[in-house]
Ligand binder design. Structure first.
Ligand SMILES: Cc1cc2nc3c(=O)[nH]c(=O)nc-3n(C[C@H](O)[C@H](O)[C@H](O)COP(=O)(O)O)c2cc1C
Ligand code: SF4
Ligand code: SF4
Length: 260
């Protein structure tokens, strides 16, 4: 009847998708899992929960929206979770679906703590945003149940395209975030980073992770979930107030849901 697809690095999208699935009685499907086994989806209600990367859709969500095979969907909605600014994320989802002769009926945003290391939300704001999450998702759920249509107000601006391009270039080239480095002295060999990586970029070898940059989704999950702050992403290194994972989500939630 209803399916909710999500991609998550540090749990915000998992948490929102999970809340929505309970309220809407929908099946939860990890985007990474769908992309491994693409097949026709026959549900009437389709939800898509995505993080915002550089004021745009993460590349894996672009790939997913290009490949998603829908048959008979009557209502499609997208929820973007973000630290502060969604930019053209919802518009981009609408544009891809439109090109494929599909309709994005409604788009919503949920502000949650920022996992990007560059713009940490801070302790007070993190607490406030997490406290407001349940109500924000309840409001969105009610709108979805009432089949809210707000597609007409989801617009693009030239500025967003430029901002997204510069942001992505800064992350990839200037900050070099796909290039992971290990602090050997801190690493305890727990293997969490290898488990959490949905791109298969991390393998444990002789009790230590070995990283590949190829295919990295820049989800920041490995560095953020590492209990020893042993992983740097290029010039970024989560520690202290820049370290964040959703407090209600576990490694098993993320690993289990992508394997289910
Ligand atoms: C590479 C990267 C880029 C990001 N860019 C933005 C951004 O442009 N605007 C924003 O509000 N949040 C941005 N964020 C923060 C995430 O969108 C936000 O924390 C999201 O809820 C994380 O979802 P997740 O925990 O499910 O991975 C970025 C995060 C990452 C990892
Ligand atoms: S999660 Fe951190 S401590 Fe554990 S193996 Fe990976 S780098 Fe080492
Ligand atoms: S290696 Fe890349 S895709 Fe894998 S967890 Fe780290 S940031 Fe995410």
């Amino acid at each position: 009847m209803a399916k909710i697809f999500y991609f998550t690095g540090t749990g915000n999208c998992y948490s929102v998708a999970n809340r929505l699935s309970k309220r809407l009685n929908a099946e939860l499907v990890a985007v990474t899992h769908y992309l491994d086994n693409p097949s026709e989806v026959n549900d009437e209600v389709i939800g898509i929960v995505t993080p915002v990367y550089s004021t745009d859709l993460p590349p894996i969500m672009v790939d997913f929206l290009e490949k998603l095979q829908l048959n008979g969907a009557k209502y499609i909605f997208c929820v973007a979770t973000m630290g502060a600014m969604a930019g053209r994320t919802l518009y981009h989802a609408k544009e891809i679906l439109n090109r494929r002769k599909l309709i994005l009926h409604a788009g919503f945003t949920v502000q949650l703590p920022d996992n990007s290391i560059i713009f940490p939300s801070g302790m007070l704001r993190t607490h406030k945003l997490l406290k407001a999450e349940a109500e924000a998702v309840n409001t969105i759920s009610s709108l979805i149940e009432g089949r809210e249509e707000n597609s007409a107000v989801i617009k693009d601006f030239f500025f967003w395209k430029i901002a997204a391009g510069i942001g992505m270039w800064t992350l990839r080239v200037v900050l070099d975030v796909k290039h992971k480095k290990l602090n050997e002295a801190k690493c305890n060999g727990c293997g969490i980073c290898a488990k959490i990586c949905q791109a298969g970029c991390i393998k444990m070898e002789n009790g230590r992770p070995s990283f590949s940059d190829e295919g990295c989704l820049t989800c920041f999950g490995c560095a953020q979930w590492c209990p020893r702050e042993a992983i740097s992403l290029g010039h970024l290194h989560p520690m202290g107030k820049t370290k964040y994972v959703h407090p209600d989500v576990t490694v098993q939630d993320i690993v289990g849901s992508s394997e289910s």
